[in-house]
Ligand binder design. Structure first.
Ligand code: HEM
Length: 493
């Protein structure tokens, strides 16, 4: 028992500094959960750029030196693997049990989120986003008047609905009787689903830490069942325009003999993975643009230039805007703005399980012994995104931070005179880097593009401060604001 509590754990020769905290087993769990950034910075000041801390029964070695990240991100799964951790997490949060060769199935399907697959998805997303935006304003009596909404609510709702419909498909005209009825059903159904998704997503961090109250546990159970039902194999197979990504995931799992109820659980994993970050990211992006008039002006000019160069015009009753993947490759200002937003607001914790006793070499040559069964982690938000040298004035939003003087994307950033390979890491890195990053970036760009060409938008309170961030979300990806911000929008034509 005492062994399990970590009481006898001692630092062995060559191992990184060990800090177990004062509470057996829990160690530093509470400090870590309350404020990860503050906790890790405190440990870094105390121990330097590599240290091992005990957190809830696990010993995690944090490496804070960005030059040493490659030795964690690019090693083989036989040495460091995220799968055992993800396996535990998805079982707890989604009731899904991994296949033996889970990562092979993941890899086989990723192609649909990139290359030619991305061309198709970008087009579907474009149609869904525009239909949703114009439909929601179309239901308003006087469309020329300002409409008021919470920016987080508006952005997350729109991006969720469009993302969900683009990946999981539309209701069929056959089942609904007409195209209009099928569209109406999609809009109503995806908005209802968004409201349930938001509830589940807000329970997510405490669900992962196994810290839900009984009432919240019951609510999480209800929500899980609802999603398993909506995303069942049969229901998805009855839809139109289901993405190849989803179809292939279902087919490959079917071939492996996975039960249909387990496939539905996996569909919920994919829904959460594809939608939990894009909503808050779209909120921050529009928020920063509205707070920074110089950025707003630069992006708007670029957007209008693309429209003009592609001979498109926004007019009442006119055709939908067509914005292809290739057109989205010619927007360096918008790219930089998205990258800057993600630098400021993404705080993923990248943790791997150490699969064998091994030596670990830091970039400066120092060597440490790591133990099988421990974990190793990096926290790019502290080590890279907020590093004063890599990104001067790191807390400031500078829309052109990622632009070179000649107006193209800047990719050279330095620390101690040396070029930093991983200068932002919103998508993680190495073998498990987010496969949806191209789709997500396009989606964010499409959303902003459309908001700027169709609507006048502004904050209700132009002096609005940056809202505080929800500490509970730090470590999971894009952070959330603790409160919504009011904004208003009206059709430009
Ligand atoms: C702003 C939006 C997004 C952010 C910030 C984001 C971020 C991340 C991060 C940090 C990881 C973990 C990487 C690692 O541990 O190395 C990840 C994994 C993943 N993401 Fe994303 N993501 C976003 C959108 C999406 C979208 C739109 C999709 C799919 C359509 C997606 C699909 C996935 C999948 C399937 C994984 C698991 C990869 C694996 O385990 O091999 N993500 N994402």
């Amino acid at each position: 028992g005492l062994h399990l509590l970590g009481v006898f754990r001692r630092r062995r020769p060559k191992e990184p500094p060990l800090d177990k905290g004062h509470i057996p087993w829990l160690g530093h769990a509470l400090d870590f959960k309350n404020n990860k950034v503050e906790f890790l910075q405190k440990m870094q000041r105390k121990h330097g750029d590599i240290f091992t801390v005990q957190i809830g029964g696990n010993c995690i070695t944090f490496v804070m030196d960005p030059f040493s990240f490659g030795s964690i991100l690019n090693v083989t799964r036989s040495k460091m693997d995220m799968n055992p951790i993800v396996k535990q997490l998805v079982a707890r949060a989604f009731g899904y049990h991994h296949l033996e060769n889970e990562h092979k199935v993941m890899e086989a399907t990723n192609k649909h989120l990139m290359g030619d697959g991305l061309v198709v998805l970008t087009q579907t997303m474009m149609k869904n986003l525009q239909n949703l935006m114009l439909h929601s304003i179309g239901t308003v009596k006087n469309q020329k008047e300002w409409q008021y909404d919470g920016l987080l609510h508006y952005s997350s709702n729109t991006v969720f609905q469009a993302g969900y419909l683009s990946l999981f498909g539309n209701e069929t005209v056959k089942s609904m009787g007409s195209k209009e009825k099928a569209e109406e059903f999609d809009w109503v159904h995806s908005e209802e689903l968004f409201n349930e998704f938001r509830k589940y997503d807000s329970l997510f961090p405490n669900l992962v830490y196994a810290m839900l109250s009984l009432k919240d546990k019951l609510e999480a159970e209800r929500l899980k069942r609802l999603f398993w039902n909506v995303l069942s194999f049969k229901k998805i197979m009855q839809k139109d325009n289901v993405s190849r990504w989803i179809i292939d995931h279902l087919q490959l799992r079917q071939e492996q003999g996975m039960a249909e109820y387990m496939q539905a659980r996996f569909m919920f994993v994919l829904l959460w993975g594809s939608q939990s970050n894009t909503g808050p990211a779209s909120f921050w992006l529009l928020f920063f643009l509205m707070k920074h008039p110089e950025a707003f002006k630069a992006v708007k000019e670029e957007v209008e230039k693309v429209l003009k160069e592609t001979n498109q015009e926004v007019k009442p009753g006119g055709p939908l805007i067509n914005l292809t993947r290739d057109m989205l490759m010619k927007t360096p200002i918008l790219d930089s703005t998205v990258e800057e937003t993600l630098r400021l607001m993404s705080a993923p914790g990248l943790i791997r399980a150490i699969m064998q006793d091994m030596d670990f070499k830091m970039a400066d040559g120092r060597e440490y012994a790591l133990r099988k069964g421990d974990r190793i982690g990096i926290f790019p938000y502290i080590s890279v995104h907020m590093d004063l040298e890599i990104h001067p004035e790191p807390h400031q939003f500078k829309y052109d931070r990622f632009l070179s003087p000649d107006g193209i994307r800047r990719t050279s950033f330095y620390k101690n005179g040396k070029k930093v390979k991983y200068f932002t890491m919103p998508w993680g890195g190495g073998i498990s880097m987010c496969p949806g990053r191209f789709l997500a970036t396009n989606e964010l760009k499409q959303f902003v593009f459309l908001m700027l060409v169709y609507f006048d938008i502004e904050l209700v309170n132009a002096e609005e401060e940056n809202p505080p961030i929800d500490q509970n979300r730090v470590g999971f990806g894009i952070v959330h604001p603790t409160r919504d911000i009011q904004f208003r929008y009206k059709l430009r034509f």
